[in-house]
Design a protein around this ligand. Structure first.
Ligand code: ADP
Ligand code: MG
Length: 190
């Protein structure tokens, strides 16, 4: 049922988009290590269509947990989109979407049904109590850089001055293994 509801959202969204372009380019990182991890990612990508226009979704990778290592392996992907939301408005939408998909508040870097982080918002640099953009850990996380390099290799980090392809070369990605091809095209090809 949820899948059907989500599947019609892109159409509504596209109609809305004809009136005004989505001006802000964003990149997101999605991860899940609880329950049906692949389905959680699928639902999250579909849900993004309520406030973003997806332009690319990476393949899915399986990765060892980062930070707190005594927990199940993650599935991760990255997505590119445009949006009219402000950065803080986008974060609010993402937190609602995480909650709607069953995310419980646990502890930092703990297991989660779904985690959606904002990696980049245009080339903006933001640092306040709610939001840090570019995401502060992205340059050290192979589980972000590997899928992001699939969809945005030439994107340049506005603070580090390096491209995603260059950053990806600098991390050990031996723990990040392909899990599935881009599974979620329903969300943006309909
Ligand atoms: P984490 O993703 O670090 O494991 P959470 O998803 O629980 O942890 O996020 C904790 C808080 O991080 C969020 O409530 C949000 O306010 C903040 N935050 C800061 N910068 C970002 C960002 N770029 N993307 C997503 N959340 C962010
Ligand atoms: Mg998060």
């Amino acid at each position: 049922m949820q899948r059907v509801i989500c599947a019609i959202l892109p159409k509504l969204h596209h109609r809305e988009n004809e009136k005004g372009a989505h001006v802000n380019q964003i990149y997101l990182s999605l991860g899940s290590n609880l329950g049906d991890r692949f389905m959680n990612l699928e639902r999250a990508v579909l849900g993004l269509n309520q406030f973003c226009l997806l332009t690319a979704v990476s393949p899915v990778y399986q990765t060892s947990p980062w930070g707190v290592t005594e927990q199940p392996a993650f599935l991760n992907l990255c997505a590119a989109a445009t949006t009219n939301e402000t950065p803080h408005g986008l974060l609010t939408h993402l937190k609602y979407l995480e909650a709607a998909l069953g995310r419980q508040v646990t502890y930092t870097w703990g297991p989660r049904v779904i985690d959606i982080d904002i990696l980049f918002y245009n080339d903006w640099i933001i640092h306040d109590e709610r939001l840090t953009i570019p995401h502060p850990h992205l340059a050290e996380r192979a589980f972000v850089l590997v899928p992001l390099a699939d969809i945005a290799p030439t994107l340049r980090h506005p603070q580090l001055g390096l491209t995603i392809a260059q950053l990806r070369q600098q991390v050990d990605s031996s723990d990040v293994t392909p899990f599935a091809e881009t599974p979620l095209q329903l969300a943006w090809e309909n």
